[in-house]
Ligand binder design. Structure first.
Ligand code: SF4
Length: 236
């Protein structure tokens, strides 16, 4: 099965900018961005980010406010603070043995950096990879990581998989099945998440008072804003 998958990947794999590097910092940037943002939205932002801050040292030296501003529009802004803190740790102490010691890095992200940057024999299992593994019952090794991701993202889709285009169809016990609609993501419109995003946008644009107090408190807790003498600003 793995050989079929790798053959398919050679022809159909996605050409993503973070796949052209094995620099752990660049891989970490891409993985944090991809945690909650779709690939097409991440691509231009990742390229711009790496141009602006090509190393962990460069990012660590940047003001927190600039990092938060650059992240605007990607959503889940706490990731910007985590990435900045992680780069500070890496710049000061190097890469930790256990990558989950870095802020914002969970088991999956750690496995992805270990695989794609350090070339370690681990298979990072995200939602797409997990789905393909479950449906095929196949055993795939670390070499298949990127191919599994692409198959899950483009062919073995969550609800209606494209089994006719699938290189694994002949051996797949789930071939031809349909799945229940996915649980809908909670609405962004009118949500507290939206209020936080809007408040952060206003602070980044220079507004320091007359803001949504609840959102400000929550943003301050995440290190995204700070309060000085009753005024709100991005962390300095
Ligand atoms: S045959 Fe269908 S269910 Fe099986 S891995 Fe391929 S796309 Fe997924």
């Amino acid at each position: 099965m793995e050989a079929l998958l790798l053959g398919w990947f050679e022809e159909h794999g996605r050409d993503l900018p973070w796949r052209r590097t094995t620099d752990p910092y660049a891989v970490l940037v891409s993985e944090l961005m991809l945690q909650q943002t779709q690939v097409p939205r991440v691509i231009p932002r990742y390229v711009a980010w790496i141009q602006r801050w090509p190393t962990a040292e460069a990012l660590a030296a940047a003001p927190r406010a600039a990092v938060i501003r650059e992240w605007q529009g990607l959503g889940y802004n706490r990731r910007a603070v985590n990435l900045h803190r992680a780069s500070e740790i890496v710049a000061a102490e190097g890469w930790p043995e256990d990558l989950t010691k870095l802020p914002g890095v969970g088991a999956y992200t750690a496995a992805a950096v270990r695989r794609f940057a350090f070339g370690e024999p681990v298979l990072p299992v995200d939602t797409n990879v997990g789905r393909v593994l479950e449906r095929t019952g196949g055993r795939f090794g670390p070499e298949a990581a990127a191919a599994l991701m692409d198959l899950g993202a483009t062919v073995c889709l969550a609800r209606v998989p494209r089994c006719r285009e699938c290189p694994l169809a002949s051996d797949c016990p789930s071939r031809g099945r349909r799945y229940e609609p996915l649980r809908k993501q909670s609405r962004f419109e009118g949500s507290f998440r939206q209020r936080r995003a809007e408040t952060l946008r206003l602070v980044a644009a220079g507004r320091s008072s007359g803001l949504d107090a609840e959102a400000v408190a929550s943003l301050a807790q995440d290190g995204l804003v700070e309060m000085r003498a009753g005024l709100v600003r991005l962390p300095q």
